[in-house]
Ligand binder design. Structure first.
Ligand SMILES: Nc1ncnc2c1ncn2[C@@H]1O[C@H](COP(=O)(O)OP(=O)(O)OP(=O)(O)O)[C@@H](O)[C@H]1O
Length: 253
């Protein structure tokens, strides 16, 4: 479980995360949505301990996140940053194995875990020796996901993992990611600015605007009980595209 209590962050005098209190339930996916600049990435970066809040408290797996505890707690979290963040001078294999090598995993253990991940993400083994620039956008995202999952963290944080992909590859990866989330049953927080995508991946959706949470709940709550005019507008903009998406595993949206 992840718990945020009255968390705020300012950059250059602007409050980009403003008094956010939020509980993220374990073993399920939560989508963090909102327009560009609403503070989603900053919130994720604070949860993973890379950005320090100015105010408030964050607890990860019942441990208080502090500059001292951050490094240890980060081991519980796999983090996929926007655009994947792969090291361009390392092959796909080296990118994926990076943390396991640093942690001192022997070669057999790394190979066994890599094999599981290749199956999970449907990544072709023969592409492991390629560099990120030699992979397609969708393959790069699969590599970034494998890297985040290598140490089998309890929590998976993904910042716009599908943002830069063309629509067909995006739809493929949406299907695969939804299936992976359902299979792994990890605590997943996925950032998107797309309501349709949020509804596809996550039972629980948290909508942010200007650094604040304006509403949280299921997709239907946003449609049937919008908390304010902004939610209605956001839903209207998103719903036009929702009918284009396949149903998630289990059927209901
Ligand atoms: N390191 C930083 N220094 C200064 N300003 C920052 C920094 N990081 C983020 N900001 C600002 O904070 C605000 C929120 O940014 P953030 O990236 O968290 O929003 P977002 O909702 O994730 O947006 P997007 O969907 O475009 O990624 C923006 O105005 C951004 O310019």
């Amino acid at each position: 479980m992840i718990r945020l209590e009255h968390v705020s962050k300012c950059f250059g005098g602007a409050r980009v995360v403003d008094d956010v209190t939020l509980t993220i339930e374990p073993a399920r996916a939560t989508a963090l949505i909102g327009p560009s600049g609403s503070g989603k990435s900053t919130l994720l970066s604070m949860i993973v301990g890379l950005t320090t809040p100015d105010d408030g408290e964050i607890e990860v797996a019942r441990h208080l996140l502090t500059p001292l505890s951050a490094e240890k707690l980060r081991r519980l979290m796999g983090y996929v940053i926007q655009e994947g963040g792969l090291f361009p001078h390392l092959t796909a294999r080296r990118n994926i194995e990076l943390m396991a090598r640093e942690t001192g995993w022997p070669a057999e253990r790394r190979a066994a875990r890599l094999e599981e991940l290749l199956q999970l993400t449907r990544f072709p083994a023969e592409a492991l020796e390629r560099f990120p620039a030699e992979l397609s956008g969708g393959q790069r995202q699969r590599v970034a996901l494998m890297r985040a999952l290598m140490l089998d963290p309890e929590i998976l944080l993904m910042d716009e993992p599908l943002g830069a992909l063309d629509p067909l590859i995006r739809a493929d990866l949406q299907d695969d990611l939804a299936a992976i989330f359902a299979r792994l049953r990890k605590t997943v927080v996925i950032v998107t600015h797309d309501l349709a995508e949020a509804g596809f991946f996550a039972e629980r959706i948290v909508l942010m605007n200007r650094g604040r949470i304006v509403q949280q709940g299921r997709f239907a709550d946003f449609v049937e009980r919008p908390a304010e005019e902004f939610v209605t507008r956001f839903v209207r903009a998103g719903v036009r595209r929702l009918s284009d998406l396949p149903l998630p595993p289990g059927g209901a949206r």
